[in-house]
Design a binder for this molecule. Structure first.
Ligand SMILES: [Zn+2]
Length: 240
């Protein structure tokens, strides 16, 4: 099944408390554009993400507010400001990197919340049932083209509110595979309980070994034939 690609650039989800701290008590974010998940929007407000070695300026804020502030960046973004964010499922921020958020007139150090979001597929319930996936299964996705590759360990998120099945990648992943939003990729209909990429690689190794074994056997057979032909010649010469 072909599914759509959505590339997520760096963005921030803010808690109500942190909106207050950055923009003032009771401040309301201003929606500027609604996203493919229709309850979410990009806010007009922008924030600077500050690390020990630099700033990521003009970072989008995604509304509405969430229970916890979460800053989603790529590995490259993280390194560029001197931080090493870990790869996490969205929402799993406990013990993740600390970072500073800067609004037009305030600065806020968040103790945790800077992550690289784990690649994932938002899946509609009907597709999950049809293709044998459950919430939090891992899927494999094949990308074709000059940067062809297989994305393994793509976590599946099945939810009633999903209107279409779509894979979300960060900018590093998208660039590695030369993908952009709106491209399509192939979802394999196997989940991690049935088959993993490592197993496929092992199967290939075995197949290659079998081919090698066959050709070595063939050489042995041919050499034996040549040897017995030479022995025949020798025997004939001796008889004369
Ligand atoms: Zn997503």
């Amino acid at each position: 099944m072909d599914i759509n690609v959505g590339v997520s650039a760096r963005h921030i989800h803010l808690s109500r408390e942190d909106v207050d701290k950055l923009f003032g008590e009771g401040y309301q974010l201003t929606p500027s554009r609604y996203l493919s998940i229709a309850t979410q929007y990009i806010a007009k407000e922008r924030i600077t993400v500050r690390g020990p070695k630099g700033d990521l300026k003009n970072v989008a804020v995604i509304g509405p507010e969430r229970p916890n502030t979460q800053v989603e960046v790529s590995k490259t973004d993280g390194f560029s400001i001197g931080l090493k964010p870990s790869i996490r499922l969205s929402g799993d921020i406990e013990g993740s990197e600390s970072v500073t958020l800067v609004s037009p007139d305030k600065e806020l150090l968040i103790p945790e919340g800077l992550i690289v979001a784990m690649r994932h597929i938002h899946m509609v319930v009907a597709d999950a049932e049809k293709f044998g996936f459950q919430h939090k299964d891992f899927a494999m996705v094949v990308v074709k083209g000059s940067r062809s590759l297989v994305f393994d360990y793509v976590v599946v998120r099945v939810a009633e509110e999903n209107t279409h099945t779509e894979i979300h990648l960060d900018t590093d992943e998208a660039n590695t595979a030369d993908l952009k939003t709106g491209d399509s990729v192939e979802l394999l209909h196997v989940n991690d309980k049935k088959l993993r990429l490592e197993q496929i690689i092992n199967m290939f190794d075995e197949r290659q070994l079998t081919i090698l074994e066959h050709s070595v056997n063939q050489i042995v057979v041919e050499e034996k034939q040549r040897l017995s032909a030479m022995e025949d010649i020798l025997r004939t010469l001796r008889k004369k």
